[in-house]
Design a protein around this ligand. Structure first.
Ligand SMILES: Nc1ncnc2c1ncn2[C@@H]1O[C@H](COP(=O)(O)OP(=O)(O)OP(=O)(O)O)[C@@H](O)[C@H]1O
Ligand SMILES: [Mg+2]
Length: 243
C-alpha cells in the first residue's frame, strides 16, 4: 500500500521545467531511491512534496489525503519530515536544543521534548556533542544532526536529501546502518543520493530522473543496467566497477 504518492507533479522556474509530470508511489515500509544527475530536479521534488514550493500542477497524497495548499509545518505534523541538502541547523544553539525543536512538534512539554530528543541523540551517536553549539560540528556530525532533527518530529515518511554527501566510506556505512534501523522501526523513506553504494544498499526500488522527467524505475540491480540511465547519469565506468 502506498503511504506517499505524487501525481503528475510539475514545477518550472521561469522557462526551465525542473520537474515534469512526475508520478510515483512510496509504499508503506519501503526505502525508495531517487537518483539522477546534478540539476535533474530531485531537490525540487522534495520541495514540492514537503510544502516548501507549490507545484505548478499535480498533487501529493500522504496516507491518501491531499497535501495541496498545506504549509510545511502542517505537512510535518501529518507525518512527513525532510532533511536539507544544505544542512540547516540553528547554528548558535546546542545539538540537544536543535533536536528538541523537532521533538516539540509532538511533545507537550519541554521536559518531554528533552527526553525524546535525548533518546534520538543517543541513537544517532551524537551524545558526546549534545551540549555543543551546532555551528562547531564537523560535516559528518552535522549530517547526523540534520537526520536527528527530522526524526524528532516522529515522521511516518522521511525524505533524505544527500545525507551521505562528503562522508568517507566508514561514515557512509555507519549511516547506512542507522537508516536501515530507522526503516525497521517503521519509517518509510525516500532517499536522494549520489553515493551509489548507499543507494544500492538501502533502496528496494529506485526512480531515475533526468531534466525533471522519469527515465527509469525498478529494482536497483536492474535500473543500473538500463542503457538510458547509464548514458544520462552513471556512465559505463559504474557498471565496470560493479563487475
Ligand atoms: N528556487 C529556484 N529558482 C530557480 N531555479 C531553481 C530553483 N531551484 C532549483 N532550480 C533549478 O531547477 C533545476 C533542478 O534543480 P534541483 O536542485 O531540483 O536539482 P537536483 O537534482 O537536486 O540537483 P543536485 O543533484 O545538484 O542537488 C536546476 O536547473 C536548478 O538550477
Ligand atoms: Mg539536490
Amino acid at each position: 500500500m502506498s503511504i506517499l504518492s505524487a501525481n503528475q507533479l510539475t514545477k518550472s522556474f521561469g522557462g526551465l521545467m525542473a520537474v515534469g509530470s512526475l508520478s510515483f508511489e512510496l509504499n508503506e515500509g519501503e526505502i525508495l531511491g531517487l537518483i539522477g544527475p546534478n540539476g535533474a530536479g530531485k531537490t525540487t521534488v522534495f520541495n514540492c512534496l514537503s510544502g516548501f514550493l507549490p507545484p505548478d500542477e499535480g498533487e501529493v497524497f500522504l496516507e491518501g489525503q491531499s497535501l495541496a495548499g498545506l504549509p510545511p509545518f502542517q505537512i510535518c505534523r501529518r507525518g512527513l519530515a525532510r532533511t536539507f541538502q544544505i544542512v540547516k541547523p540553528f547554528l548558535t544553539i546546542s545539538v540537544l536544543d536543535n533536536v528538541m525543536v523537532g521533538a516539540l512538534t509532538r511533545e507537550k512539554s519541554t521536559a518531554q521534548a528533552q527526553t525524546a530528543a535525548g533518546e534520538i541523540i543517543e541513537f544517532m551517536g551524537l551524545a558526546r556533542v549534545a551540549r555543543q553549539e551546532a555551528q562547531g560540528l564537523p560535516l559528518p556530525l552535522r549530517k547526523r544532526l540534520e537526520l536527528a532533527r527530522a526524526l524528532a518530529t516522529q515522521p511516518k515518511v522521511l525524505l533524505l536529501d544527500e545525507v551521505m554527501a562528503g562522508l568517507n566510506p566508514t561514515e557512509v556505512d555507519e549511516l547506512i546502518g542507522l537508516i536501515q534501523e530507522v526503516n525497521r522501526r517503521g519509517v518509510s523513506i525516500l532517499l536522494i543520493e549520489h553515493v551509489m553504494r548507499g543507494v544500492m544498499a538501502l533502496s528496494q526500488r529506485v526512480i531515475v530522473i533526468n531534466y525533471g522527467l522519469k527515465i527509469a524505475e525498478g529494482a536497483p540491480a536492474e535500473v543500473v543496467k538500463d542503457q538510458g540511465v547509464i548514458e544520462a547519469y552513471l556512465g559505463k565506468e559504474f557498471l565496470i566497477a560493479q563487475g
